[in-house]
Design a protein around this ligand. Sequence first.
Ligand code: IMP
Ligand code: MG
Length: 333
Amino acid sequence: MVVKVIVGGFFGDEGKGKVIAYLALKDDVKAAVRGGVGPNAGHTVIYNGGKWVLRMLPSAVVNPKTKLFVGAGVLVDPKVFLNEVKEYKGNKRCFLDYNCSIIEEKHIIEDRGEHFKEKIGTTGTGTGPANSDRVLRRAKLAKDLKELKNYLADVSYEVNEIADKGESLIVEGTQGTFLSLYHGTYPYVTSKDVCASAICSDVGLGPKKVDEVIVVFKSFVTRVGSGPLEKELKAEEIERMGLKEFGAVTGRLRRVAPFNFDLAKRAVMLNSATYIALTKLDVLFPKARGIRDYYKLPLEAKSFVEEIEKRLNVPVKLIGTGPDVFDMIDRRD
Ligand code: IMP
Ligand code: MG
C-alpha cells in the first residue's frame, strides 16, 4: 500500500497537516504532492520543538528527504510559495507543475470585496477569483513567470512514475469535504471540489493508482466563515470545554460544534475512506494527552473511538493525542 490520499472530512482544519507530517516521517515517504485549492489552506505542524505553517508547500516538508510537488490543479501565489521555499529550505526539492494557475494581486483584491469576504466569508487569499479566471481560460500559468523557472516540473508525469515504481507517495488534500464546491454547503464553500477523487485529478493521478484514502476528522467540528453548522456551540460553552481555536491563515476565531456522525458518515462515502485518522482526542479527553498506546487511553476516550468505528463502519487507525507530530497512536498493523 504505497499511494495514500489524505483528505479532510469536515470543514477543513481537521489536522491533516499533522497526520501527513507523521506519515511522511514515520514511513519515510519518497515524495508528497499537494492537491486542493491553493494558499487559502493553512496547515500547522509542530515537530521536535519547531513549528511550520504551510499554505503552499506539502506538509511532508518536515521530512528533509521527501521530494515535494504541487499539482497542476493547485493555485500558486508566487510570493507565498517562494517565501515558504526559503523559510523551510525547500530549494532543491520543491516543484510546481508547469500548468498551475497563478494568483495575481487583482484576484486578492476581488476576494477581499463584498461578495467574497462579507457574504461567503472567504479567506481573502484570491483563490475564488483566480479559479474563475482559469475556467474563463485567461489565467496566467506557472510557466509564464520567470521567478518560478527553477521550480517547474511535469508533476503529473513525475508522480505517476513514482507510483509506477512502487515507491511511497502521499497525495495531500486541503480544506474539507463539506467545503467542496459540489458536495459541500453551497454557496458557503470553496472554489472547487476537494474530495479524494478531485485531489487525485489535481495532481494527475488516475483512480487505479490509489491504494488508500485516509479521511481525517477532528474530535469536534470547526468551521470558519459563513454557512450552516449544526448544533453550533455558544462562546461560553466553547470556552468552558476548551475548544477555542483560531484560523492558521486568517487568525479568525473558529466556530465549533460537537463531532457530527451524520456528516462523518457522508464524508466516508464521498471519499471512499479506507480508514480514519482522528485528531485532537486529548482536547475532548485531557487524560489522553500524549498517550501513544491505544490500550493506555482512558475508557471514555476508547468508547468514543469505538463508537466512531461502529457507526461509520470504518477503522480508526491513527489517533492524535497532542500537538507534536509523534503524539499519535498508530494502529495500522
Ligand atoms: P475560500 O476558499 O477562501 O474561497 O473560502 C471559502 C470558504 O472556505 C470560507 O468559509 C473559508 O473560511 C473556507 N476555507 C477555505 N480554506 C479553508 C481552510 O483551509 N480551512 C478552513 N476553512 C477554509
Ligand atoms: Mg487549516
